[in-house]
Design a protein around this ligand. Structure first.
Ligand code: CO8
Length: 258
């Protein structure tokens, strides 16, 4: 499939490297790019095991496109927020883990897309922030909800109310990113992590993701029920049988995803 703003590279072990590519505007998200992203995440093929998202040039994503938003009516703004939210929900609910390799500015919608991903790795050049209130708007692509759930309400409120930008070191300190790497190491480190994920039983990884994502949005009893259901479903897979047999025979297995 051809995209105007997305570069999709197939890497070994079922890994896709997705580069957001609107470099002249620091990969700012316009409607067209959001629609492409929605399409991409809604159609992840069966042989894919992990997706890495990064940005072309010096930015990851410098936010939603301010030029496009500037003259929105309230209803156009609502529709744009809905498009962004639906798109990021596709990422959050994507069958396979999604790693954000944050290479530079991740501001506003850029920070929001990173927190819709499962894991964030950052380059030392990454900068995070929710500058919206400085533009007279609120975060609108899920930031008020996902940021609190990722780093807790205290830091989320500080970032959103002050509109301040933080560097990668501070992002690591507050748990917004898992690790920080030199810029030229970032993609290799993300690929390394993706390969580790890809070597494990695909259905077990998928069910784990569903348990974490769906369980975090409900009460503890329902969440435990979700985990039990997924745990049980693993025992209907061949990979569970082969994986445990290989352990007991002190061997190894190549998981098939079935
Ligand atoms: N939208 C549109 N264009 C942008 C954006 C953006 N978010 N960010 C950068 N650009 C453009 C610049 O206008 C510039 O274009 P040109 O070359 O034509 O003048 C080009 O990218 C390069 O940018 P700069 O020259 O400004 O580069 P600097 O290195 O000097 O600065 C910054 C980089 C600090 C990232 C700066 O560009 C900046 O502050 N950008 C805006 C960041 C921002 O405020 N982002 C939040 C936007 S609001 C948002 O994301 C809300 C999400 C929810 C929306 C819900 C809708 C209802």
């Amino acid at each position: 499939m051809d995209y105007k703003y997305l570069i999709v590279e197939k890497k070994p072990h079922g890994i896709l490297l997705l580069t957001l590519n609107r470099e002249k505007s620091l990969n700012a998200l316009n409607s067209e790019m959001l629609k492409e992203l929605h399409k991409f995440f809604a159609r992840v093929e069966d042989d894919v095991r992990c997706i890495i998202v990064t940005g072309a040039g010096k930015a990851f994503v410098a936010g939603a496109d301010i030029g496009e938003m500037a003259n929105f009516s309230a209803s156009e703004a609502y529709d744009f927020a809905k498009l962004g939210m639906d798109t990021f929900m596709e990422i959050e609910r994507c069958r396979v883990p999604v790693i954000a390799a944050v290479n530079g500015f991740a501001l506003g919608g850029g920070c929001e897309i990173s927190i819709a991903c499962d894991i964030r790795l950052a380059s030392t050049k990454a900068k995070f922030g929710q500058p919206e209130v400085g533009l007279g708007i609120t975060p609108g692509f899920g930031g008020t909800q996902r940021l609190s759930r990722t780093i807790g309400p205290g830091y989320a409120k500080e970032l959103i109310y002050t509109a301040e930008t933080i560097d990668a070191k501070k992002a690591l300190e507050i748990g917004l990113v898992n690790s920080v790497y030199e810029p030229d190491e970032l993609i290799d480190k993300a690929l390394e992590m993706a390969e580790k994920i890809a070597r494990n039983a695909p259905k077990a990884v998928e069910y784990s993701k569903q348990s974490i994502v769906n369980g975090s949005q409900t009460d503890i009893d329902t969440a435990m029920q979700i985990e039990k259901t997924h745990f049980g479903l693993c025992f209907a897979t061949n990979d569970q049988k082969e994986g445990m047999k290989a352990f007991l025979n002190k061997g190894k297995t190549e998981f098939k995803g079935k």
